[in-house]
Design a protein around this ligand. Structure first.
Ligand code: ATP
Length: 365
């Protein structure tokens, strides 16, 4: 059995709201798991059930093979870092780090050794005498992380720990947390609504929507093989472009262009979807400007370009649909002109409009 097992976990709040539906997940020791999804999708609720701060309405939760539904938060040997990293303002960094261990009655010299080691991992050694108010947001965040890792628990939970930091600090802390995880190898569950954090930090990502898991996979799997429209649109920045169309004689109309779908769908699928509505998807970075052989060629009208430095986002109209193309800044087209771009067949996804499931084969193994 995996280290943490969540089996058909449900949360129904006392007011009757069903916040989490049949959540199933196995987490191996040492994994860095990220729960990601829009606000209200049930990420924090699931995390709080794992921490023991919220009871589990239905289902079973196991830690190391032992059912833990009825265990209190302390018994679970889980440490949690919250959005607001409430440090004790009147205590020094040293005392903030030591506090939990002092409460547990750990020997002074053991505490000192662990504080020094934790401070070293987190780059806090020179700030140990300072009070939290004399630290930057990022440094305070590190103290909050330090308070959790110093306890040497089996599982480490983090609920949007970077949300109070500015954009630059977030990028720095992101890699610091990844580094800390590499050093401590603590099993970690990290909650965020930010797909970039999920993609850059996770061993595996759990994408949630409306209380349901949509897909579980490595960042690579989710990016290349999204199972449905929601995951395809949520993972990746700018998001995947979607063009609704209808399968007609094995072809799809996209703006002025007729695309032969036999390049991306099997004969069987094509027959099954004949006359039905589908959605074509392609990533902004999955295109090339200009026409190409053995690829889909699409005409569009350039509305706006946004030079970002390392690339340009080109906002285009394809018939009545809008899309974003990510291009080399040196190739930035003029606005208000018609251009043509190509999409390699391998970069095209087709979704069932009704079920929203992907119907093209997985792109990468
Ligand atoms: P966010 O990113 O905004 O924190 P989340 O994905 O973590 O969102 P949760 O906090 O888990 O979402 O909430 C899931 C749903 O459960 C939301 O619709 C929320 O309004 C609802 N909810 C949360 N706590 C309660 C409660 N105590 N009683 C009733 N409903 C609740």
């Amino acid at each position: 059995m995996a280290y943490l097992t969540l089996k058909n976990i449900n949360k129904i709040y006392p007011n009757g709201f069903h916040a989490v539906h049949d959540f199933n997940l196995e987490i191996e020791r040492g994994e860095f798991i990220v729960f990601v999804g829009p606000s209200g999708c049930g990420k924090s609720t699931t995390l709080r059930m794992i921490a023991g701060l919220e009871n589990i309405s239905k289902g079973d939760f196991y830690i190391d093979g032992v059912r833990a539904n009825d265990k209190g938060p302390r018994e679970r040997q889980i440490a949690m870092v919250f959005q607001s990293y409430a440090l004790y303002p009147h205590m020094s960094v040293y005392d903030n780090l030591a506090f939990g261990l002092t409460l547990q009655g750990v020997d002074e010299d053991v505490i000192e050794e662990r504080v020094m080691k934790t401070a070293k991992i987190l780059g806090l050694t020179e700030y140990l005498d300072r009070k939290p108010r004399a630290l930057s947001g990022g440094q305070r965040q590190r103290v909050a992380v330090g308070r959790a890792i110093i306890r040497k628990v089996g599982v480490f939970l983090m609920d949007e720990p970077l949300s109070n930091l500015d954009a630059k600090q977030r990028v720095t802390m992101r890699s610091e947390i990844t580094q800390i995880h590499r050093e401590t190898k603590a099993t970690t569950i990290y909650v965020t609504h930010d797909q970039t954090e999920a993609m850059t930090m996770a061993d595996r990502i759990v994408v949630m929507k409306d209380g349901y898991i949509q897909q579980v996979g490595t960042p690579y799997e989710l990016y290349f093989n999204p199972v449905n429209l929601f995951v395809a649109g949520f993972i990746g920045e700018p998001p995947m472009n979607f063009v609704p169309t209808t399968v007609n004689g094995g072809k799809a109309t996209v703006g002025n262009n007729m695309l032969d779908l036999s390049h991306v769908l099997s004969g069987e699928k094509l027959a099954q979807y004949e006359g039905k509505e589908v959605v074509l998807g392609f990533r902004p970075e999955g295109i090339e400007l200009g026409e190409k052989k053995d690829a889909y060629n699409v005409d569009c009208f350039v509305e706006l370009t946004e030079l970002l430095g390392d690339n340009t986002n080109v906002y285009v109209n394809i018939g009545k649909d809008r899309a974003i193309l990510k291009v080399d800044p040196h190739d930035t087209p003029s606005t208000d002109v018609d251009i043509r771009f190509s999409i390699a067949y391998d970069n095209v996804y087709v979704f069932d409009k009704e079920t929203e499931h992907v119907i093209t084969d997985p792109k990468r193994k």
